[in-house]
Write a protein that binds this ligand. Structure first.
Ligand SMILES: [Zn+2]
Length: 176
């Protein structure tokens, strides 16, 4: 059995062996004269200076910057950290938050899962009978009714966010 990865690895080794053989033969027997001349001319051309007007230089440099940034990202592409975990779904809603200093998540806010509008919080009742009603003004509907005040609801979601950061479950949310 050979997987595509092992086939690719064998091909790479074969190409490397071939390159080393060709380089060895060229070193031992010398290169054919036309090839040697062509290489010499190419080296001379690369070593020569080209005078261009400054505006053209700036244009060339500025247009090549995005390509360099892209190349840098490809080569040094960083893996997402938990600070990239800034939204998730809890209680059937989307929640978003930022991070304070030392990577502590700030108070999360709920968004409508249909239209993505930030929801309006209304706490009703008093004492032990408080409840919080979340409404979407765009869809004009009540999205969630939850026991306790808004602070209690936010703290509940915050505990879930911190749990997912601790357990590493955040990585699944960032990938999806
Ligand atoms: Zn909505």
């Amino acid at each position: 059995m050979s997987s595509p990865e092992s086939t690719a690895r064998v091909s790479l080794v074969l190409v490397l062996v071939l390159l080393v053989a060709v380089a060895g033969a060229a070193y031992y027997f010398g290169l054919p004269e036309p090839l040697e001349n062509a290489i010499g001319q190419a080296m001379e051309h690369l070593a020569a200076a080209t005078a261009v007007q400054n505006w053209m230089l700036y244009l060339l440099v500025s247009t090549s910057l995005p390509a360099l940034v892209l190349l840098g990202k490809l080569v040094f592409g960083r893996r997402p950290g938990f600070l990239d975990y800034t939204n998730d779904r809890f209680l059937g809603l989307t929640w978003r938050w930022r991070y304070r200093r030392f990577g502590r998540p700030d108070v999360p806010w709920a968004y409508c899962s249909v239209c993505d509008t930030a929801l309006i919080y209304n706490s009703e009742g008093d004492g032990g009978r408080m409840r919080t009603v979340l409404t979407c003004e765009t869809c004009d509907r009540t999205v969630l009714q939850h026991e306790g005040d808004a602070q209690y609801l936010a703290a509940k979601i915050l505990r879930q966010i911190e749990r997912r950061i601790r357990t590493g479950e955040w990585q699944t949310a960032v990938r999806s």
